[in-house]
Design a protein. Structure first.
Length: 71
């Protein structure tokens, strides 16, 4: 029974923290454009790559074991 003196205030603090974080996210604009973010995932966005970056991307495509074998 004594544990309730700890658990009830602790749960109240947790609820207030969750509400505070949700309110902060709400006022920071996290939920403004939900449809746009869902459509952004489906778009085919090709990014232009410089010649220097293309070599980097080719190296990243290899698995770590393939890099160790080729070294």
């Amino acid at each position: 029974m004594d544990i309730l003196y700890l658990l009830i205030p602790l749960s109240a603090v947790l609820v207030l923290a969750i509400l505070g974080i949700f309110g902060w996210a709400l006022f920071r604009g996290q939920f403004e454009d939900l449809e746009g973010e869902g459509a952004r995932i489906l778009e085919d966005a090709t990014v232009a790559v410089d010649a220097d970056q293309s070599m980097l991307h080719r190296g990243e495509e290899q698995s770590p074991t393939a890099r160790n074998v080729s070294s």
